[in-house]
Design a protein around this ligand. Structure first.
Ligand SMILES: Cc1cc2nc3c(=O)[nH]c(=O)nc-3n(C[C@H](O)[C@H](O)[C@H](O)COP(=O)(O)OP(=O)(O)OC[C@H]3O[C@@H](n4cnc5c(N)ncnc54)[C@H](O)[C@@H]3O)c2cc1C
Length: 421
């Protein structure tokens, strides 16, 4: 056991719970059965109190880290604590791939799917959409096996915020390995980007825009081409090709970024923005992210540009990504294709939190849904109006966790607190 007082990756949150490192699933079951309050801790990359527990936290990094590929089912099963980076290297080595990765490969599989973590791409659902089965230790300590094919409420169990139990194993869809080429373009005029927004975002397998919301152009577009679906044009919606590797932030070396300049290479080394070999143990940044329906993307971007004078003093960089719709009850992309407006903030938490209500008000006309793992202001009463299956999720949690062992203050504020019925 470790003493309480350990912090998250961004070091803006100190866990109140005692962190325990079980080494087997049997031990996880025993610890859960014996605890009155318990939750799982992933790789600590969330920026808020979502993971914490008033009791103990189980970190699964030492539990059975086998990676089991089933070529017939085209699936892979891993321990919940496995990181995407470790998984991606092994899948690539054996000739397989995942459909997408987040910007950073160091996050755990169970932690990422629990919050609806995503990459970019019009046809790419969040990472949770690849989940075909879960093994969950419920409050009694029993192992519950659920699957997309055979469990009626499975769509409520994947993006579950850690509220249903400890996910010990995750099974994911895989596909044959593929190559990706990454191109970066600079200074894309907003007039061109916004007039052609659908064409911009659908021009390749994965497209991201980086901006500080100021001025008349978006700073960079990162275009990830699969099977040469994008040829590397000499101009991209008014933007010019970068002539050397770029970091999303100005004046920072691209040495830790995945390979660019159109050089073909494995999906595992191109779909994330940052290299696996680059392992930042902590970050000098905070993050927020807001999902809006695709049809409101241009209006939402314009709304953020009108707030740029308030955003800029606190901002390091923003990223705009697209995500396909899914059927996962608490996914920010539930029943709607979306665009995510991401903010990497300077580590000035009080000032950032003071600004978030204004951002959320600016995006409210678009039924905005926040990223569960980043800083946001909305509470359960508001979020209940943004998710059609919100009350079904609450009922599912009551059924699977009747003793409320997996609750915490964050979930009381954002999910289980008072809602209008
Ligand atoms: C540098 C950086 C880059 C990021 N990039 C992206 C990005 O590109 N796209 C994006 O969408 N997000 C991104 N994020 C956010 C991040 O992906 C999410 O916060 C994610 O949830 C972090 O996973 P984790 O393993 O660190 O989970 P933690 O932060 O440790 O926990 C998150 C939640 O998952 C639950 N959980 C963890 N493990 C289990 C388990 N075994 N069983 C049940 N519940 C569990 C926890 O209880 C908690 O509720 C980024 C974060 C950072 C710091």
């Amino acid at each position: 056991m470790n003493q309480a007082s350990e912090r998250n990756w961004a070091r803006n949150y100190r866990y109140a719970a005692l962190i325990v490192h079980p080494t087997s699933i049997d031990e996880v079951q025993e610890l859960v059965a014996a605890a009155s309050q318990v939750r799982a801790l992933g790789s600590r990359h969330s920026f808020n109190a979502i993971a914490d527990s008033p009791g103990i936290l189980l970190a699964l990094g030492r539990v059975d880290n086998a990676i089991v590929i089933d070529p017939a089912a085209m699936s892979v099963t891993v321990s919940g604590g496995t990181t995407y980076g470790t998984l991606a290297v092994e899948l690539e080595r054996q000739g397989y791939a995942l459909h997408n990765l987040a910007s950073l490969p160091h996050i755990s599989v169970a932690g990422a799917i629990a919050t609806g973590t995503h990459g970019s791409g019009d046809q790419n659902g969040s990472l949770a959409t690849a989940v075909t089965a879960l093994e969950i230790v419920t409050g009694s300590g029993e192992l519950l096996r659920v699957s997309r094919a055979s469990t009626p409420d499975f769509a409520g169990m994947v993006v579950a915020l850690g509220a249903l139990g400890i996910v010990t194993r995750v099974t994911l869809d895989i596909q044959p390995a593929f190559d990706v080429r990454q191109f970066v373009y600079e200074n894309l005029p907003w007039t061109s980007v916004l007039e052609n927004f659908d064409a911009v975002m659908s021009s390749a397998y994965s497209v991201s825009l980086f901006t500080d919301w100021q001025g008349e152009s978006a700073d960079q577009a990162w275009v990830k081409s699969r099977n040469d679906d994008f040829a590397g044009e000499s101009e991209f919606f008014g933007g010019a090709p970068a002539t050397k590797g770029r970091h999303p932030l100005p004046n920072i070396s691209a040495v830790n970024c995945t390979e660019q300049l159109g050089v073909a290479g494995p999906w595992s080394e191109r779909l994330a923005h940052f290299r696996m070999a680059f392992t930042p143990s902590n970050g000098e940044e905070l993050q927020s992210e807001y999902h809006v329906p695709r049809e409101h993307a241009v209006a939402a971007i314009e709304a953020m540009r009108t707030l740029s004078d308030r955003i800029a003093p606190l901002l390091l960089v923003s990223e705009v990504r697209s995500i396909a719709a899914d059927d996962l009850w608490l996914s920010p992309n539930f029943e709607r294709a979306g665009v995510a407006l991401h903010f990497t903030w300077k580590p000035e938490q009080a000032a950032v939190e003071a600004l978030l209500p204004a951002l959320e008000a600016g995006l409210a006309p678009f039924a905005v849904r926040p990223h569960w793992g980043k800083l946001f202001h909305a509470d359960a009463e508001l979020l209940a109006t943004r998710y059609r299956r919100f009350n079904d999720f609450r009922a599912l949690a009551d059924r699977l966790d009747p003793a409320q062992k997996f609750r915490n203050a964050f979930l009381e504020r954002t999910v289980f607190g008072r809602v209008r019925v």
